[in-house]
Design a protein around this ligand. Structure first.
Ligand code: PMV
Length: 293
């Protein structure tokens, strides 16, 4: 059995598509597990109910990986995932990496972590069209990453405590990225400025994470959220969730991932965590706490 974790984007979503830096963290509360068995025919079962378009994508993904790795398909695959789909927690990259890892073990391949990451990036293209590569990278290495044209790892000065709340919507990352691209092409001046400002925030945030300055990290998260609003990728629910967190003492809060739904993340501490979870649980049916070390 092989597994892969989830992720959150702490800073820089969307801007990272335009070669600005982004910061992502692994989330170890949720996993995709893939188990394989010898079989004369190819079969695959999945523990969750998928829409038809999701089934199509899954089939396409499996076919693609087998082709890239030049493998026969005499295998039964069993996929289990606790990661919510299309919520900004990296379900697609986690699935790709769990699948590649399991095939790597099952067929005794000799792939390096770098090769697995490269293949997972190609898989991400099936889901997202023009992905930056930040999702597959953080999930592959399971470490905080500062991602731009190459990957740097961030050594956190202290653990970070987050409350994560789902808005319940399942937005399509590919569509949202395309919408932002359209706006960018139509008004380069305005959107280039927003994207550069987000990039600048990610650079400042790297330093704050290395120093363990929670107030500063929280304040940068709030600023990043405002810029994502200007980019047009927030939603009333995401804004409300952020506001609730701030009013209840979070260091900062923002949307995470492509936006227009998905998840909100708030940086909290031991004193504020319980109250924030209680307040958000009235509005969201998936609120959880995670610690990133
Ligand atoms: O919604 P997610 O978790 O797939 O995050 C997408 C992040 C973007 O920056 C919007 C796209 C990308 O490829 O980096």
């Amino acid at each position: 059995m092989a597994k892969a974790c989830g992720k959150i984007i702490l800073f820089g979503e969307h801007a990272v598509v335009y070669n600005m830096p982004g910061i992502a963290l692994p989330i170890l509360n949720y996993f995709t597990n893939v188990t394989s068995y010898k079989s004369e025919l190819f079969t695959c079962c999945n523990d969750r109910v998928l829409y038809d378009f999701e089934k199509e994508k899954l089939n396409k993904l499996i076919e693609f990986i087998f082709k890239e790795l030049k493998l026969d398909q005499k295998i039964h695959l069993h996929i289990e995932s606790s990661l919510p789909i299309s919520s900004g927690l990296g379900s697609s990259a986690s699935l790709s990496i769990a699948l590649i890892r399991e095939l790597h073990n099952f067929y005794n391949l000799n792939l390096t972590k770098k090769q697995i990451n490269k293949l997972a990036y190609k898989c991400e293209k099936i889901f997202h069209g023009t992905p930056s590569g930040i999702d597959n990278t953080v999930i592959n290495y399971e470490q905080p990453v500062f991602f731009q044209d190459k990957t740097n790892f961030i050594k956190l000065n202290k653990p970070l405590d987050f409350v994560i709340a789902s808005t319940g919507n399942r937005p399509d990352t590919k569509e949202i990225v395309q919408e932002v691209r359209k706006k960018y092409e139509e008004n380069k001046n305005k959107y280039q400025n927003i994207i550069e400002d987000i990039g600048l925030i990610a650079m400042k945030a790297k330093k704050s994470l290395e120093l363990g300055n929670l107030e500063k990290i929280g304040s940068l998260m709030n600023q990043n959220h405002e810029l994502l609003k200007e980019l047009g990728v927030s939603s009333a629910k995401l804004n409300l969730f952020c506001e609730i967190c701030r009013q209840n003492g979070a260091y900062g809060a923002k949307l995470s991932g492509a936006g227009k739904g998905g998840n909100m993340i708030a940086l909290v501490d031991g004193k504020t965590k319980e109250k924030i979870i209680e307040e958000l649980s009235i509005l969201s049916n998936n609120v959880f706490y995670t610690r990133v070390i």
